[in-house]
Design a protein around this ligand. Sequence first.
Ligand code: SF4
Length: 377
Amino acid sequence: MSGIYIHIPFCKQACHYCDFHFSTSLKKKDELIDALIREIELRQYEFKNTTVETIYFGGGTPSLLTSEELKRIIDSVFKNYNVSENPEITLEANPDDLSNKQIINLSNSQINRLSIGIQSFHEKDLKLMNRAHNTQEAKQCLEEATKYFNNISLDLIYGIPGTTHQEWEQNIDIALAFGIKHISSYALTVEPKTALASFIDKGLINTVDDALIQEQFYILIDKLEANNFVHYELSNFGKEGFFSRNNSAYWQGKHYIGIGPSAHSFNGKQRGWNIRNNTKYIKAIQNNELPIETETLTKTDRYNECVMTGLRTVWGVSIKKIKAEFGTTFETYLLQQAQKHIKEHLLYIEDDKLKVTKKGKFLSDGIASDLFKINIV
Ligand code: SF4
């Protein structure tokens, strides 16, 4: 199973916390779409022997594209790749782009899943983060989108400066009231060189205590699990049948091609990343060159990746798989390193899978790094 990720590098305005690749000028939109289609054609040989199960439009803000533009891109994937009969086709969308008309247009396209960047239903949070939408637009778009799409995911952010636990609970409750079946939720992180980082440096915004972030994380888990969501990945919750097929494939080490500036690719042995500059990307593709840098993963890199992604998911790290793919030395190392965390009830083993306990969830990235090997093999 394989996936295609398509990066749409445009946004209306820069959210204060964001360090993704995007431009707020749409001047090169047409040229960029042509380049995406050309890259899709140029890279078809990479997936000659595999079936594309998922197509994912991420960004940036893919909902800035019209449904005709999205259709051109999807058509080129179908034309150049062997796409499965029932692919998951996801569009990341922002509420302010989802007018009633646009929702209907999208529902008539091949797109069958929306991932909507709500982040918060509170006006003050949206302003602090400099989101382009307001509370009214967030609710209005969900009102309409849920009429036309069954498969909708929402993004919600916790640990926002000034957000109380009660306000955070309200965000989750509102999402649940719309009958949403998938939620991706992340703590607000302060990335270097973002507006948020500079506001914090200047003392205009206070940082949020780790303990408070942790409490909001567990409020989220408890509330969603009580509402029959499975916490299937550290930042992702879904009802049965509504886990993101795109993300699950990624966490299970499946191969994917990343199309567009800054998009990442993985073929099982090598990781690649496209140039993070729209103009240079377009120019290279116009010259039929792939602006991609690659690195070949060592055995240790692959082991570390397997541990990291496995521990983040409900499926855990298969000890058998570690032994089969990396040998007894790696298996022994993993079990030795895990011991102390098992004693502290942060990890446990179930049916040959190493998993994090509920207590360990908030610390899982740190625990994973403790199980990593360094690159000497
Ligand atoms: S809309 Fe998304 S990609 Fe664009 S600036 Fe905001 S968070 Fe970043």
